[in-house]
Design a protein around this ligand. Structure first.
Ligand code: HEC
Ligand code: HEC
Ligand code: HEC
Ligand code: HEC
Length: 148
């Protein structure tokens, strides 16, 4: 039957388009582990910071949007599947000493404050709830001694 043949190829085309779309929307989850070393600071004082990225979203069940954001009208509109920019792309204020004395709008975009409020902020809350937590909270736990 003629209609049947057209129908079959139409189904094949739809299936192909669908398969291509699935490949296109496969979410980029970034590296499993990373060594955070931003390029923003002219004179970094610390060694790179180890970060178990995948463990955070898989084992510790932290939502991507707890760490990744794009603000629009004061709301985080970033959702899984959207592109991910490095923190320093937006947090471009490089002061690493006396950064808490900056005007409030500059503090918001200070990179050191962004990392500390995110990482240390969450870990300190965990520590309050559970003193046995393995989440690092002290400077030295996140910042190992600088290799000579
Ligand atoms: C606990 C915080 C946290 C969670 C949860 C998290 N990420 Fe990330 N992610 C980061 C940090 C920090 C970086 C490194 C950013 C930088 O180098 O400036 C990163 C990097 C990435 C990158 C690479 C960006 C680049 O250009 O280097 C991608 C992609 C990414 N994350 C996707 C995801 C997705 C998808 C999820 C959820 C399944 C997720 N992340 C969950 C903190 C997190
Ligand atoms: C696309 C730009 C952009 C990127 C990329 C970005 N931020 Fe932000 N972030 C902002 C803006 C803008 C604000 C201020 C929002 C407001 O006005 O309160 C902010 C606020 C914050 C805050 C304080 C408010 C809150 O939500 O707790 C923290 C902490 C923070 N960012 C950490 C990070 C970290 C860590 C990364 C990388 C994983 C990152 N940001 C990537 C734009 C960005
Ligand atoms: C929203 C909460 C949250 C944020 C944000 C977060 N963490 Fe964690 N982190 C956790 C939890 C939960 C654990 C596991 C605690 C435990 O096992 O007792 C953890 C554990 C860790 C560990 C120990 C290894 C592991 O994965 O068990 C390291 C290292 C670590 N975090 C680094 C970071 C760094 C660096 C950042 C910022 C880029 C960050 N974390 C941001 C919640 C968070
Ligand atoms: C939960 C993890 C965590 C804790 C705890 C923490 N930091 Fe950080 N800190 C980071 C991350 C991640 C960065 C960004 C690292 C990079 O890009 O080099 C950072 C950046 C910095 C920087 C700027 C980068 C540089 O190399 O100079 C300084 C200074 C710093 N931290 C000092 C401290 C001090 C002092 C303490 C304790 C009061 C502390 N940090 C506690 C995670 C942490």
């Amino acid at each position: 039957m003629r209609r049947g043949k057209y129908f079959t190829s139409a189904v094949a085309v739809v299936a192909l388009v669908f398969a291509a779309a699935l490949v296109a929307i496969a979410v980029d989850k970034g590296p499993d582990v990373m060594s955070i070393k931003a390029g923003l600071w002219p004179t970094p004082t610390k060694a790179p910071v180890e970060f178990t990225h995948k463990k955070h979203y898989e084992d510790h069940k932290i939502a991507c949007a707890d760490c990744h954001h794009v603000y629009k009208d004061g709301k985080n509109v970033w959702k899984e599947g959207d592109p991910v920019e490095k923190c320093e792309k937006c947090h471009t204020e490089p002061t690493i000493q006396g950064e808490k004395k900056l005007p409030p709008d500059q503090q918001k975009l200070n990179l050191k404050i962004a990392f500390h409020d995110n990482c240390q902020g969450c870990h300190q809350k965990l520590k309050k709830e559970n003193p046995e937590t393995k989440a690092p909270v002290t400077c030295a736990q996140c910042h190992p001694a600088q290799k000579p």
